[in-house]
Design a protein around this ligand. Sequence first.
Ligand SMILES: Cc1ncc(COP(=O)(O)O)c(C=O)c1O
Length: 424
Amino acid sequence: MRSWLDVVSLGWLRFDRTTIRHVLYGIIAGLTLSITSTSFALEYQKRKKEHIARQYKPRPIELRSDEIIKGVTGLIGNTPLVRINSLSDALGVEILGKAEFLNPGGSVKDRVALKIIDDAEKQGLLHPHTGSRIFEGTVGSTAIIMPDDVAEEKVKTLLALGAQVERVRPASIVDKKQNLAKQRAMSFGVEDSLSDHAANPRSHLLPTPSSTKPRGFFADQFENRSNFEAHFEGTGPEIWRQTNGRVSAFVSGAGTGGTVAGIGQFLKSMDEDVRIVLADPEGSGLYNKVKHGVMFDRREAEGTKRRHQVDTVVEGIGINRLTKNMELALPILSDAFRITDAEAVSMSRYLVEHDGLFLGSSSACNLVACVKLVKKMAWRDGQSVVTILCDSGNRHYSKFWNDDYLQRAGTPIDMHIIEDLLSP
Ligand SMILES: Cc1ncc(COP(=O)(O)O)c(C=O)c1O
């Protein structure tokens, strides 16, 4: 009996058994050859990559091909997470700092400034190239109205960047009448738009319906939710990826509260067990708020404050009122540490000597709080404590990094403070 394989006809073409067998052998041989050569090629590529990898150790900031950043805003964020070797080795715990001083503006606030402006443009509150002006009060990281006792180099930086700086006596931000940045924003361009003002209920900007007229925009980093979101959507997820989700605690100081609230809320949403901890300088009321539910500082109660708002050489963190951004942090804060000026100064000098890290005052505060937390928890088994390295020491030459200034202020410069803290 003849099977269908004996003869195959395709129209007028007829193939006998031998021809079919040869064709099948040909196909199988071709397939085998192609699979083998592909495997060889893949294996070759793998070995080549391994060879290259052996030659070049991976670096924290990797340059990849076809990766051109578009403009200065592309440089904001995606900062490295650096292991603080001296503290980690001494404690047996990974102390990791998010190197925010590498942002183009030199601080963690770059992210917030960008997000506030982006959001305002998306909402139609700000229009580029209309001569509009952004107003903000600051100690120098974000904007243009600043107390007259902040480090001089911060003023110089802002001026060099084209900002107009108005220096004022330090005033309590509890006193809303003294919110000069808001007042200036309200009166900017007022001649053109007074009639429009009542139409818009948003209190922090002067409304101008036209997208071509200049307007004053009060960035309001303390109350503006874009601040929180910059960290919830940016810094928090970056930390989660960089640690592969291994975070035992996140420690941060608070000025507006945006950093601790945004990152803290994000990390908590990923892992309920992450501890969120506040580092608070002298003169701030936040420590008492977290520990005792009330917001006043010991010195304030005794009436011995030297400065109206926050009595410390540490700039950028510490506050005596509850901002909207800080309110978002309170429910997730499990602990707080009060950090003295002497401890912060000591930490900054210790880090230069041991790690070659030249950091600003709030970063130093954060790291003291990391050490205190590890000690309090008796952690020694490689847990990961993440914090923010907010800005560099070069923003602080005239005060925090000025030994004469510190001596006059009665603040000791003593590395033993940190050495004692680290000792078992
Ligand atoms: C140097 C520095 N560190 C830390 C902070 C605190 O960040 P946040 O306002 O998100 O609480 C600020 C805020 O201005 C700052 O300028």
